[in-house]
Design a protein around this ligand. Structure first.
Ligand code: BDR
Ligand code: CA
Length: 321
Protein backbone atom coordinates (compact mmCIF):
# COMPACT_ATOMS: atom_id res chain seq x y z
CA UNK A 1 0.00 0.00 0.00
CA UNK A 2 1.13 3.56 -0.63
CA UNK A 3 1.94 5.48 2.56
CA UNK A 4 0.06 8.77 2.65
CA UNK A 5 -0.05 11.83 4.87
CA UNK A 6 -2.97 14.16 4.19
CA UNK A 7 -2.25 17.80 5.03
CA UNK A 8 -5.52 19.70 5.10
CA UNK A 9 -7.69 22.63 6.26
CA UNK A 10 -11.19 21.09 6.25
CA UNK A 11 -13.18 22.62 4.49
CA UNK A 12 -16.10 21.17 2.51
CA UNK A 13 -14.07 20.00 -0.49
CA UNK A 14 -11.33 18.75 1.86
CA UNK A 15 -13.99 16.54 3.46
CA UNK A 16 -14.90 14.91 0.14
CA UNK A 17 -11.19 14.45 -0.52
CA UNK A 18 -10.32 12.92 2.85
CA UNK A 19 -13.27 10.53 2.63
CA UNK A 20 -12.14 9.36 -0.81
CA UNK A 21 -8.55 8.90 0.40
CA UNK A 22 -9.71 6.91 3.44
CA UNK A 23 -11.93 4.71 1.26
CA UNK A 24 -9.21 3.88 -1.26
CA UNK A 25 -7.67 0.51 -0.44
CA UNK A 26 -4.42 1.31 -2.17
CA UNK A 27 -3.69 4.03 0.41
CA UNK A 28 -2.46 3.53 3.91
CA UNK A 29 -3.30 6.93 5.40
CA UNK A 30 -0.70 7.29 8.13
CA UNK A 31 -1.95 10.55 9.59
CA UNK A 32 -3.89 13.73 8.93
CA UNK A 33 -1.99 16.95 9.56
CA UNK A 34 -3.98 20.13 9.86
CA UNK A 35 -3.24 23.70 8.87
CA UNK A 36 -5.21 26.93 9.25
CA UNK A 37 -6.77 27.95 5.96
CA UNK A 38 -10.44 27.78 5.12
CA UNK A 39 -11.16 28.48 8.78
CA UNK A 40 -8.99 28.83 11.88
CA UNK A 41 -6.88 25.93 13.11
CA UNK A 42 -9.19 24.82 15.94
CA UNK A 43 -12.18 24.50 13.66
CA UNK A 44 -10.11 22.70 11.02
CA UNK A 45 -8.80 20.26 13.66
CA UNK A 46 -12.30 19.58 14.99
CA UNK A 47 -13.56 19.00 11.48
CA UNK A 48 -10.71 16.56 10.79
CA UNK A 49 -11.51 14.75 14.05
CA UNK A 50 -15.13 14.62 12.95
CA UNK A 51 -14.23 13.08 9.59
CA UNK A 52 -12.00 10.47 11.24
CA UNK A 53 -14.90 9.60 13.56
CA UNK A 54 -17.42 9.48 10.73
CA UNK A 55 -15.25 7.16 8.68
CA UNK A 56 -14.07 5.11 11.66
CA UNK A 57 -10.51 5.70 10.51
CA UNK A 58 -7.56 4.54 12.55
CA UNK A 59 -5.18 7.39 11.86
CA UNK A 60 -4.57 10.31 14.22
CA UNK A 61 -5.01 14.02 13.60
CA UNK A 62 -2.01 16.30 14.14
CA UNK A 63 -2.63 20.04 14.67
CA UNK A 64 -0.15 22.22 12.81
CA UNK A 65 0.37 25.85 11.83
CA UNK A 66 -2.11 28.37 13.18
CA UNK A 67 -1.23 31.01 10.60
CA UNK A 68 0.70 31.49 7.37
CA UNK A 69 4.52 31.88 7.56
CA UNK A 70 4.54 35.64 7.32
CA UNK A 71 2.09 36.08 10.20
CA UNK A 72 3.85 33.43 12.29
CA UNK A 73 7.12 35.31 11.84
CA UNK A 74 5.46 38.55 12.90
CA UNK A 75 3.66 36.85 15.81
CA UNK A 76 0.32 37.85 14.40
CA UNK A 77 -2.88 35.83 14.42
CA UNK A 78 -4.71 34.61 11.36
CA UNK A 79 -8.07 36.14 10.58
CA UNK A 80 -10.23 35.31 7.64
CA UNK A 81 -12.04 37.75 5.47
CA UNK A 82 -14.22 35.39 3.48
CA UNK A 83 -16.17 32.37 4.56
CA UNK A 84 -16.57 30.22 1.49
CA UNK A 85 -17.01 27.16 3.72
CA UNK A 86 -19.17 28.75 6.45
CA UNK A 87 -18.10 29.68 9.96
CA UNK A 88 -17.30 26.16 11.14
CA UNK A 89 -15.78 25.16 7.82
CA UNK A 90 -18.40 22.56 6.89
CA UNK A 91 -21.36 24.72 5.92
CA UNK A 92 -24.34 23.90 8.13
CA UNK A 93 -23.04 20.45 9.06
CA UNK A 94 -21.61 19.76 12.49
CA UNK A 95 -19.61 16.54 12.78
CA UNK A 96 -18.82 14.94 16.13
CA UNK A 97 -15.09 15.11 16.78
CA UNK A 98 -13.40 12.06 18.27
CA UNK A 99 -10.97 13.81 20.58
CA UNK A 100 -9.19 10.55 21.37
CA UNK A 101 -7.77 10.78 17.82
CA UNK A 102 -6.12 14.14 18.47
CA UNK A 103 -2.36 13.80 18.83
CA UNK A 104 -0.18 16.00 21.07
CA UNK A 105 2.56 15.90 18.45
CA UNK A 106 2.77 18.98 16.23
CA UNK A 107 2.04 18.32 12.54
CA UNK A 108 5.52 19.48 11.52
CA UNK A 109 7.26 17.07 13.90
CA UNK A 110 4.93 14.27 12.89
CA UNK A 111 5.70 14.79 9.20
CA UNK A 112 9.46 14.82 9.85
CA UNK A 113 9.36 11.74 12.13
CA UNK A 114 7.25 9.79 9.65
CA UNK A 115 9.49 10.65 6.70
CA UNK A 116 12.59 9.71 8.72
CA UNK A 117 11.06 6.34 9.55
CA UNK A 118 10.00 5.75 5.92
CA UNK A 119 12.59 7.44 3.69
CA UNK A 120 11.50 7.63 0.04
CA UNK A 121 8.09 6.16 0.83
CA UNK A 122 5.80 8.92 2.09
CA UNK A 123 3.49 10.77 -0.28
CA UNK A 124 1.95 13.97 1.03
CA UNK A 125 -1.40 15.08 -0.34
CA UNK A 126 -1.62 18.77 0.53
CA UNK A 127 -5.10 20.25 0.38
CA UNK A 128 -4.55 23.57 2.13
CA UNK A 129 -1.94 26.33 2.35
CA UNK A 130 1.55 24.77 2.35
CA UNK A 131 2.55 26.20 5.75
CA UNK A 132 3.16 22.87 7.53
CA UNK A 133 5.24 21.58 4.62
CA UNK A 134 7.32 24.76 4.50
CA UNK A 135 7.89 24.72 8.27
CA UNK A 136 9.04 21.11 8.02
CA UNK A 137 11.45 22.09 5.23
CA UNK A 138 12.76 25.00 7.28
CA UNK A 139 13.29 22.69 10.25
CA UNK A 140 14.93 19.79 8.41
CA UNK A 141 15.33 20.13 4.68
CA UNK A 142 17.39 16.96 4.19
CA UNK A 143 14.61 14.86 5.69
CA UNK A 144 11.99 16.56 3.53
CA UNK A 145 14.04 15.70 0.44
CA UNK A 146 13.24 12.08 1.31
CA UNK A 147 9.50 12.58 0.77
CA UNK A 148 8.47 10.39 -2.16
CA UNK A 149 6.03 12.84 -3.71
CA UNK A 150 3.84 15.83 -2.94
CA UNK A 151 0.43 16.28 -4.53
CA UNK A 152 -0.58 19.90 -4.00
CA UNK A 153 -4.03 21.30 -4.65
CA UNK A 154 -3.25 24.93 -5.26
CA UNK A 155 -2.15 27.53 -7.73
CA UNK A 156 -3.19 28.06 -11.27
CA UNK A 157 -1.50 28.97 -14.51
CA UNK A 158 -4.40 30.65 -16.24
CA UNK A 159 -6.72 31.59 -13.40
CA UNK A 160 -7.07 32.77 -9.85
CA UNK A 161 -10.06 32.43 -7.55
CA UNK A 162 -9.04 34.58 -4.58
CA UNK A 163 -7.62 37.32 -6.81
CA UNK A 164 -7.57 37.50 -10.60
CA UNK A 165 -4.19 35.73 -10.58
CA UNK A 166 -4.05 33.81 -7.30
CA UNK A 167 -5.72 30.64 -6.10
CA UNK A 168 -6.75 30.56 -2.40
CA UNK A 169 -4.25 28.04 -0.95
CA UNK A 170 -1.22 29.66 -2.56
CA UNK A 171 -2.59 33.16 -1.93
CA UNK A 172 -3.13 32.36 1.77
CA UNK A 173 0.55 31.47 2.21
CA UNK A 174 2.60 32.34 -0.88
CA UNK A 175 5.87 32.21 1.07
CA UNK A 176 5.16 28.61 2.06
CA UNK A 177 4.48 27.62 -1.54
CA UNK A 178 7.71 29.36 -2.54
CA UNK A 179 9.76 27.56 0.11
CA UNK A 180 8.25 24.22 -0.95
CA UNK A 181 8.95 24.53 -4.69
CA UNK A 182 12.26 26.39 -4.33
CA UNK A 183 13.81 24.28 -1.59
CA UNK A 184 12.88 20.71 -2.46
CA UNK A 185 11.15 20.84 -5.86
CA UNK A 186 14.20 19.59 -7.74
CA UNK A 187 14.58 16.55 -5.49
CA UNK A 188 10.95 15.70 -4.72
CA UNK A 189 8.31 15.50 -7.41
CA UNK A 190 5.70 18.14 -6.54
CA UNK A 191 2.56 17.93 -8.64
CA UNK A 192 0.60 21.13 -8.80
CA UNK A 193 -3.08 20.39 -9.25
CA UNK A 194 -4.39 23.89 -9.61
CA UNK A 195 -7.41 25.69 -10.92
CA UNK A 196 -6.53 24.80 -14.52
CA UNK A 197 -7.51 21.25 -13.61
CA UNK A 198 -10.14 21.70 -10.94
CA UNK A 199 -12.15 24.23 -12.87
CA UNK A 200 -12.63 21.65 -15.61
CA UNK A 201 -14.62 19.61 -13.11
CA UNK A 202 -18.04 20.25 -11.68
CA UNK A 203 -20.56 18.41 -9.54
CA UNK A 204 -23.66 19.72 -11.25
CA UNK A 205 -27.16 19.87 -9.79
CA UNK A 206 -27.96 16.35 -11.01
CA UNK A 207 -24.83 14.94 -9.37
CA UNK A 208 -25.64 16.70 -6.11
CA UNK A 209 -29.24 15.49 -6.22
CA UNK A 210 -28.04 11.93 -6.79
CA UNK A 211 -25.56 12.28 -3.93
CA UNK A 212 -28.14 13.67 -1.54
CA UNK A 213 -30.98 11.30 -2.34
CA UNK A 214 -29.46 8.04 -3.62
CA UNK A 215 -26.18 7.57 -1.79
CA UNK A 216 -27.22 6.69 1.74
CA UNK A 217 -26.35 8.58 4.90
CA UNK A 218 -22.87 9.59 3.83
CA UNK A 219 -24.16 10.93 0.52
CA UNK A 220 -26.91 12.86 2.30
CA UNK A 221 -24.34 14.38 4.61
CA UNK A 222 -22.03 15.46 1.78
CA UNK A 223 -25.05 16.78 -0.09
CA UNK A 224 -26.15 18.82 2.92
CA UNK A 225 -22.61 20.11 3.42
CA UNK A 226 -22.46 21.16 -0.21
CA UNK A 227 -25.53 23.41 0.00
CA UNK A 228 -23.50 26.21 1.55
CA UNK A 229 -20.72 25.75 -1.00
CA UNK A 230 -23.30 25.81 -3.80
CA UNK A 231 -24.71 29.10 -2.57
CA UNK A 232 -21.22 30.59 -2.52
CA UNK A 233 -20.62 29.55 -6.12
CA UNK A 234 -23.92 30.93 -7.20
CA UNK A 235 -23.57 34.24 -5.35
CA UNK A 236 -19.97 34.85 -6.35
CA UNK A 237 -19.80 33.44 -9.86
CA UNK A 238 -23.33 32.61 -10.98
CA UNK A 239 -22.22 29.01 -11.37
CA UNK A 240 -24.64 26.24 -10.50
CA UNK A 241 -23.22 23.19 -8.77
CA UNK A 242 -19.86 23.01 -7.02
CA UNK A 243 -16.20 22.57 -7.89
CA UNK A 244 -14.76 20.09 -5.40
CA UNK A 245 -11.14 21.21 -5.81
CA UNK A 246 -9.43 19.06 -3.18
CA UNK A 247 -11.16 15.89 -4.31
CA UNK A 248 -9.58 16.36 -7.73
CA UNK A 249 -6.12 16.18 -6.16
CA UNK A 250 -6.96 12.97 -4.29
CA UNK A 251 -8.56 11.30 -7.31
CA UNK A 252 -5.50 12.17 -9.42
CA UNK A 253 -3.18 10.85 -6.72
CA UNK A 254 -5.18 7.62 -6.85
CA UNK A 255 -5.27 7.49 -10.65
CA UNK A 256 -3.11 9.99 -12.57
CA UNK A 257 -4.49 8.61 -15.84
CA UNK A 258 -7.66 10.69 -15.24
CA UNK A 259 -5.51 13.35 -16.89
CA UNK A 260 -4.30 12.60 -20.39
CA UNK A 261 -0.54 12.58 -20.99
CA UNK A 262 -0.90 15.81 -22.94
CA UNK A 263 -2.21 17.52 -19.81
CA UNK A 264 0.73 16.67 -17.57
CA UNK A 265 3.89 18.77 -17.75
CA UNK A 266 6.82 17.23 -15.92
CA UNK A 267 9.98 18.98 -14.77
CA UNK A 268 8.84 22.50 -15.53
CA UNK A 269 9.75 25.68 -13.68
CA UNK A 270 7.40 27.16 -11.13
CA UNK A 271 8.01 30.44 -9.36
CA UNK A 272 5.82 31.96 -6.70
CA UNK A 273 5.10 35.66 -6.52
CA UNK A 274 4.79 36.77 -2.89
CA UNK A 275 4.36 40.54 -3.06
CA UNK A 276 2.02 43.18 -4.41
CA UNK A 277 -1.10 42.71 -6.45
CA UNK A 278 0.16 39.43 -7.90
CA UNK A 279 0.90 37.88 -4.48
CA UNK A 280 0.00 34.21 -4.55
CA UNK A 281 0.40 33.80 -8.30
CA UNK A 282 2.12 30.63 -9.48
CA UNK A 283 4.10 31.47 -12.59
CA UNK A 284 4.94 28.42 -14.69
CA UNK A 285 7.63 28.30 -17.34
CA UNK A 286 6.78 25.25 -19.44
CA UNK A 287 10.10 25.22 -21.28
CA UNK A 288 12.67 26.14 -18.66
CA UNK A 289 16.13 27.09 -19.85
CA UNK A 290 19.25 25.62 -18.32
CA UNK A 291 19.45 28.12 -15.49
CA UNK A 292 15.88 27.67 -14.33
CA UNK A 293 15.06 25.00 -11.78
CA UNK A 294 12.91 22.12 -12.97
CA UNK A 295 10.98 22.08 -9.74
CA UNK A 296 7.39 21.14 -10.55
CA UNK A 297 5.03 18.84 -12.37
CA UNK A 298 2.00 20.78 -13.50
CA UNK A 299 -1.37 19.23 -14.31
CA UNK A 300 -3.43 21.21 -16.79
CA UNK A 301 -6.51 19.11 -17.47
CA UNK A 302 -8.70 16.17 -16.46
CA UNK A 303 -11.62 14.15 -17.80
CA UNK A 304 -14.54 15.48 -15.73
CA UNK A 305 -16.88 12.57 -16.46
CA UNK A 306 -14.29 9.92 -15.60
CA UNK A 307 -13.29 11.87 -12.48
CA UNK A 308 -16.82 11.87 -11.10
CA UNK A 309 -17.37 8.26 -12.09
CA UNK A 310 -14.20 7.25 -10.27
CA UNK A 311 -15.36 9.12 -7.15
CA UNK A 312 -18.83 7.59 -7.05
CA UNK A 313 -17.49 4.10 -7.76
CA UNK A 314 -14.92 4.44 -5.00
CA UNK A 315 -17.02 5.98 -2.24
CA UNK A 316 -20.52 4.72 -3.10
CA UNK A 317 -20.03 1.39 -4.88
CA UNK A 318 -23.30 0.05 -3.42
CA UNK A 319 -25.37 2.88 -4.92
CA UNK A 320 -23.56 3.66 -8.14
CA UNK A 321 -23.50 1.31 -11.09
C1 BDR B 1 -8.85 25.59 -2.35
O1 BDR B 1 -9.21 26.62 -1.45
C2 BDR B 1 -10.05 26.13 -0.45
O2 BDR B 1 -11.14 26.95 -0.28
C3 BDR B 1 -10.44 24.74 -0.85
O3 BDR B 1 -10.58 23.89 0.29
C4 BDR B 1 -9.35 24.28 -1.77
O4 BDR B 1 -8.31 23.66 -1.05
C5 BDR B 1 -9.42 25.92 -3.73
O5 BDR B 1 -8.91 27.11 -4.19
CA1 CA C 1 -8.59 22.84 1.23
Amino acid sequence: KRKIIIDTDPGIDDTYAIIAALKYEGFDVQGITVVAGNVGLDNCVNNALGIVNLMDAECLVYPGAEAPLKLLNENKTYTLDGLVHGESGLGTVQLTPDFSKKSDTHAVDYILETVKENPGEIEIIALGPLTNIALAIQKDKETMKKVKKIWSMGGGVRYGNRTPVAEFNYWADPEAAKVTYDEIGEEVEISMIGLDVTQQTRFNLDDLFFLRTECGELGALLGEMSNHYMETYWNALRITGVIVHDLVAVMLAIDPSLSSEDDVFERVNLQMECEGICAGQSVVQFTPNETEAKNATVYMGIDNVEFKKAFFQLVFPEYYT
